[in-house]
Design a protein around this ligand. Structure first.
Ligand code: NAD
Ligand code: MG
Length: 381
């Protein structure tokens, strides 16, 4: 039996992780559940899973009588306080955005293992997080499907060097759109992801393909691979979750139906595989798998992310902060979709690169990026 904290329990990843806990009550106990503001949803989960600790950043008017058995935490730092008090062995970090960095940082102090969905924590704090995890000997188990796939393929490496990582990309909701139509794509168009059902922010990131750029940076940190040796291939069916190439040209791939409970369960059970009756792959029904090169002209955010990784220092933080600000403005319908890459580019031009030595440096660069993005967005966004 392992105790697990689900940070971001009401989200897409959080609820799918809880589905695994629900199926395997003898293997997992969810001892800490946290969310930002969706109190009603969290109340239901606390009622069902009966954790020791629960947290909401936004304090609700009251806590239902029957839910006072657990210790409640409120406020901006409620996630880390609840995590610490819960004594969970594992932390599933599934908060969206740089808002989840503090939780990852604290989890490395108080948990035995960190299960990482929150890619923005690595994009922004990657060097610091990886160093801390290594110093403390805490495994960082990837939950992002591509990184889980690579991690699974690497189990067969047997000490051999890996020449290249190949990240697959669905291409997002606008994969086949013309450049001129993409600029004015609506929130509704963009949220219609072809293969994965995810939170709003990451779905927008998939449509701009900045998500794949963030994942290149994530892969760079997790697998210590330079940008030049990480490639992206568009694969609309999302059946191959990613691949690794060895020096003899052999390529290993991990395949499965697009269902995040696969990678979430792999991280939760690692090194054991949890039996789970996901839909099996039916190759005859699939008939074929397609692949194409990413179109950097229609998806400029991908190139910007690679440039940010190569520039290093604070540049990935600036890219991420500007993207979070731009995606927020797009979802509030304050800017058209096509402004997202423009806002990121403006912030990367406006904010000078600096070195990152501490988490405070990360937050400073993030604030500067958001200020630059805000002025690029204009108005009272
Ligand atoms: P989501 O928006 O569905 O859920 C986010 C969760 O975090 C919610 O529980 C929310 O209450 C909480 N949260 C949001 N802001 C917070 C804050 N400031 N403080 C504390 N809690 C906060 O997001 P998601 O789609 O589940 O994605 C979570 C993370 O996992 C993201 O980093 C995303 O990139 C990554 N990821 C998601 C998927 C997926 O299939 N959804 C796949 C791969 C990676
Ligand atoms: Mg992914």
């Amino acid at each position: 039996m392992r105790t697990i904290a689900i940070l971001g329990a009401t989200g897409s990843i959080g609820t799918q992780a809880l589905d695994i806990v629900r199926r395997w009550p003898e293997r997992f106990s969810a001892v800490c559940l946290t969310a930002q503001s969706s109190s009603e949803k969290l109340f239901e989960l606390v009622r069902e899973f009966r954790p020791r600790c629960a947290a909401l950043c936004v304090e609700p008017e009251s806590i239902p009588e029957d839910l006072r058995f657990c210790e409640w935490f409120f406020g901006a730092d409620s996630t880390v306080r609840a995590l610490t008090a819960s004594g969970a062995q594992d932390a599933l970090c599934a908060i969206v955005g740089i808002a989840g960095l503090d939780a990852v940082w604290r989890a490395l102090d108080v948990c035995e293992r960190v299960l990482l969905a929150n890619k923005e924590a690595l994009v922004t704090g990657g060097d610091l997080v990886m160093r801390k995890a290594a110093e403390k000997g805490i495994p960082l188990l990837p939950v992002d499907s591509e990184h889980s796939a690579i991690f699974q393929c690497l189990q067969a490496r047997q000490g051999n060097p890996v020449r290249r990582l190949l990240l697959t990309a669905s291409g997002g909701a606008l994969r086949d759109w013309k450049k001129e139509d993409m600029y004015r794509a609506t929130v509704r168009d963009v949220l219609a992801h072809p293969t994965w059902n995810m939170g709003g922010k990451i779905t927008v990131d998939c449509a701009s393909m900045v998500n794949k750029g963030l994942e290149i940076i994530e892969a760079h940190h997790l697998f210590q691979m330079p940008a030049e040796r990480i490639d992206v291939v568009v694969h609309p069916q999302s059946i191959i979750h990613s691949m690794i190439e060895f020096e003899d040209g052999a390529v290993l791939a991990q395949l499965g139906m697009p269902d995040m409970r696969g990678p979430i369960g792999y991280a939760m059970g690692y090194p054991e595989r949890i039996p789970y009756e996901a839909k099996r792959l039916d190759f005859a029904a699939l008939a074929h798998l397609d692949f194409m090169a990413p179109d950097l002209e229609r998806f400029p955010c991908l190139g910007m992310a690679v440039a940010a990784l190569k520039a290093g220092g604070s540049m990935p933080v600036i890219l991420n902060g500007a993207n979070e600000a731009a995606v927020g403005a797009f979802l509030r319908e304050q800017i058209p979709f096509g402004r997202i890459p423009e806002v990121i580019d403006a912030a990367m031009q406006a904010v000078p690169r600096s070195e990152i030595h501490s988490i405070e440096d990360v937050y400073r660069a993030d604030s500067a990026a958001r200020a630059a993005a805000k002025s690029a967005i204009g108005g009272n966004a």
